[in-house]
Write a protein that binds this ligand. Sequence first.
Ligand code: FE
Length: 235
Amino acid sequence: MFGSRLEGGRVGAHAAGSEEIAMSDLYPSDLYPSDLLPSALYPTRRRLVTTSLAAVTGLGLVSEHVFAEQLAPTPACHGGDAATISQTEGPFFKPTSPERFDLIEPGMAGQPLEVTGFVLTRSCKPVGGALIDVWQADAKGDYDNSGFRLRGHLFADAEGRFRLRTIVPGNYPGRTRHIHIKVQPPGGSILTTQLYFPGEAKNRKDELFRRELTMRTAKAQGALAGRFDFVLDLG
Ligand code: FE
């Protein structure tokens, strides 16, 4: 389900279009598929300038005019997809995290990670304004239980798109690498789950690991781009 949903559909078709060819010198498609580009979720020039450029710059990528040439993408979604499964909250959740999409603070160790995607219903309708709460370990595998380091919440935009900037979390005993997430549609019930990283040796040993909660990832100049669409159990 996970693979077919992300690899099929119009996002994939876009990747084969002329825009991708024009960008190929800058973004080798085998390393950085177009649907993984953070800017791919921000189609208008104004949005690119005001909201996407900072994150893109953080990944060491290229200037705004390149992104402005991209077509507006759509999520690769098939009606009737299964909802994203829930997982245990774990012991380290804290309420009232600060609102921010960028959890990276000055001097913070770790590989930068930008996660983009959509919040959708099972029939592929965007869930605009969905709340996304994030908490995770730092690069050493430690949670901040006294403050809000690597904790925050953000909202999907009107089209259900979200963007999170953080670092790749470290492992800690008994767990493979993961990010904790809660997703709540406006006025709706909360989905608590976790996101995982592909290719981790400890995935096989972690009983909580689920393949369908694995992000698609691509490396780009020392940073990592991740893609995941949340499908809520809504019609
Ligand atoms: Fe955890």
